[in-house]
Design a protein around this ligand. Structure first.
Ligand code: HSE
Length: 322
């Protein structure tokens, strides 16, 4: 059986999850893809996590070109996070004829147009299902089975860390700082959680969702964004009294041909399906003019759930390579 070789940039939370799944489900994956899929090179500055995963020195490198310009590598998975050097690495990989998969919402949202154009120019695939909603297959659904719809509205709970904080504070009365620490320990939060709690992570994800659903790219910095840092216990109590939950909501709607969008905490009536989305779970509530209302629900953060979407993207490309 042919082998498709993958180069992994970054053995962090998602890199480890991706590696774990490719090992754990190797038999099922090769049977379904019709090829073996192997991670053959891993780039990182520090090899501790790679060693913990059982990788030996011959797999590891600190030199990006050993992945990006490696003639044996078919697919590059960029899981470093942040905008740079991740974007430059992805562009470089595509310009060297590699397909690229990434969970990196910040880089995809910031460089969306250039990344898409570069993939097209080089006739390579560029997939980023894991960038929005972790394990939830929402981007693929929008681009494939729902592509015959005009989308009217998207409402999303798109950040595991803030949803975890709001749930634990609201339902259990816990303190903000303690819950944030807990979310960091569980691997939901970004290395610098400012992007989570100030709503920038959600703005990145909404930018990507809008580009696919409405075919309109809006820079994340142009999305009016308010995070959850000013939410207090009193607000959560008031929401409860009004039969509501406070959720950090990404909202995009098309009215009279004009797209309106925002990221902000909103009171959501307990009867709305999004009110029942707790802890690190994410959900995307979509309205299409043909499909009607749809809700996608699942784990939006964490090593293996996010790795699940990365592996799905790798397999789609591997099948095309085969
Ligand atoms: N920090 C992000 C979150 C990780 O909490 O949802 C997944 O994008």
């Amino acid at each position: 059986m042919k082998t498709v070789n993958v180069g992994l940039l970054g053995m962090g939370t998602v890199g480890c999850g991706t590696y774990k799944i490719l090992e754990m489900n190797a038999e099922r994956i090769s049977k379904s893809a019709g090829v073996n899929i192997k991670i053959t090179k891993v780039l990182d500055q520090n090899f501790d996590r790679a060693y913990q995963m059982g990788l030996t020195d011959d797999y590891l490198t600190q030199y990006p070109d050993e992945v990006l310009r490696n003639p044996d590598i078919d697919i590059v998975v960029e899981a470093i996070g942040g905008i740079e050097p991740a974007t430059t690495f992805m562009l470089d990989a595509m310009n060297n004829g590699k397909h690229v998969v990434t969970p990196n919402k910040a880089a995809v949202a910031a460089g969306y147009e250039e990344l898409m154009e570069t993939a097209k120019k080089n006739n390579v695939e560029f997939f980023f299902e894991a960038a929005v909603g972790g394990a939830i297959p929402v981007l693929n659904s929008i681009s494939t089975v729902l592509q015959g719809n005009e989308f009217l509205e998207i409402l999303g709970i798109l950040n595991g860390t803030t949803n975890y904080i709001l749930t634990q504070m609201g339902d259990l009365g816990l303190e903000y700082a303690d819950v944030l620490k807990d979310a960091q320990a569980k691997g939901f939060a970004e290395a610098d959680p400012t992007a989570d709690v100030e709503g920038h992570d959600v703005a990145n994800k909404l930018s990507i969702l809008m580009a696919l659903a409405f075919d309109e790219y809006v820079k994340p910095s142009d999305i009016p964004t308010v995070g959850i840092t000013k939410i207090e216990k009193d607000d959560l109590e008031l929401a409860t009294k009004q039969d509501c939950k406070i959720k950090l909501i990404a909202r995009a709607e098309k009215k009279n041909g004009k797209l309106k969008y925002s990221v902000k905490p909103e009171f959501i009536p307990v009867t709305h399906p999004l009110a029942g989305v707790s802890n690190e779970f994410n959900a995307i509530f979509l309205t299409g003019n043909a499909a009607g209302e749809l809700m996608f629900y699942g784990k939006g953060a964490g090593s293996v759930p996010t790795g699940s979407a990365v592996v799905g993207d790798i397999m789609q490309i591997a099948k095309k390579i085969k």
